[in-house]
Write a new protein. Structure first.
Length: 347
């Protein structure tokens, strides 16, 4: 049996987890996530504050994860850590700590791409969430559509041309006077809204699109954000106006995500769709995706909120894949704000 400690510090969550098992038979033994709520004061993540908070939190968070798993460092076989993408200062805290910890124990450190971690997250809760599948990764910093042929073999079909889906949620929430982060507040408010009042166009979705079009799988939310801004300026600012605008915005954004994902699943013959990232726990998204996928006999898997957020369990799970492939990080392992997803193959 192999036991791996995962560490995640790519943004504003300091997280550690312990998983054990062999191959794809992996069990989660602990998961600790410490969120930095201070960023709500500023309406967004402040990189310098995030980095400093990771510095003070990383040691006790790892200690708690080990204790919760009823294990100690001598029983850990490897340390998996997020090295990209993310806030460079935040990433460096996790990478430097992981390297020092691994070196002190004489065990390997395994670098993990944050977005690949999200691909593995749902499999920790559902053994059927395995390749081949279509993956939609939606978070505050990323919107990616992938065809996953096998673990480590990914076709990048489309990505956002501007704002990520989660970022669009946060910006629209700010326009409506809602707290940060905005996703869950928009979702809650949208439940009270009239779906017929504001019918914003689904971004980058046209009826005559074909797979040969360069934007067939691409996303863009800047135009939708502008449409919402104009609607807010013309509204009376009542609670009803805000709820109706929130509903129109969410319906349009989800409509785009669902249509693009359905196109990919249908084109590549995938019966399973995996959702990942913070926006993946949006119930309206999961419901709309399932409603569309059942028309071709498909299934939809979404992580629970705890595994949808940035967490170390998904990093440790991806770590198992790379560990058994014999991949190891060197002591000169660095952190990167941006890095291509490993394992990309031609679409």
């Amino acid at each position: 049996m192999t036991r791996i400690l995962g560490i995640e510090t790519s943004c504003d969550e300091t997280s550690a987890a312990v998983l054990d098992g062999s191959g794809d038979d992996v069990a989660q033994r602990s998961l600790v996530i410490l969120s930095q709520d201070v960023h709500r004061v500023f309406g967004g993540v402040v990189p310098e504050i995030a980095s400093r908070a990771h510095l003070t939190s990383i040691v006790p968070v790892v200690a708690r994860a080990l204790a919760d798993a009823d294990t100690t460092m001598p029983e850990i076989d490897a340390v998996a850590v997020t090295y990209a993408p993310g806030l460079i200062g935040a990433l460096l805290v996790g990478v430097c700590y992981a390297k020092a910890l691994a070196f002190s124990r004489g065990i390997p450190v395994i670098p993990i791409h944050h977005m690949e971690g999200h691909l593995f997250a749902t499999s920790l809760e559902n053994p059927d969430a395995t390749p081949p599948f279509t993956a939609l990764l939606v978070s505050g910093g990323h919107t990616m559509l992938l065809d996953v042929e096998a673990w480590g073999r990914y076709r990048l079909l489309g990505a956002t041309r501007d704002d990520a889906a989660g970022e669009a949620f946060d910006k629209v929430a700010k326009l409506l006077g809602l707290p940060y982060p905005g996703g869950r507040h928009i979702e809650s408010l949208a439940r009270k809204g009239d779906p017929a009042r504001y019918r914003f166009s689904r971004p980058m979705v046209r009826r005559n699109d074909t797979p040969a079009d360069p934007d067939y799988y691409a996303f863009s939310f800047s135009g939708l954000k502008t449409a919402v801004l104009n609607a807010v300026k013309k509204s009376d600012g009542t609670d009803k106006d805000k709820a109706d605008i929130a509903r129109g915005f969410q319906d349009a954004l989800i409509g785009s995500l669902v249509e693009k994902t359905f196109r990919a699943a249908d084109e590549y013959g995938r019966e399973r769709v995996i959702l990942g990232g913070g926006v993946a726990c949006n119930a309206a998204l999961a419901g709309a995706m399932l409603e569309r996928m059942v028309t071709i006999g498909g299934r939809v898997f979404a992580p629970t909120p705890r595994l949808a957020t940035d967490n170390a369990a998904m990093i440790a799970r991806a770590g198992f894949h790379h560990y058994y492939r014999g991949e190891r990080g060197a002591l000169d392992l660095n952190a990167f704000a941006s890095r291509p997803l490993p394992g990309l193959i031609a679409a």
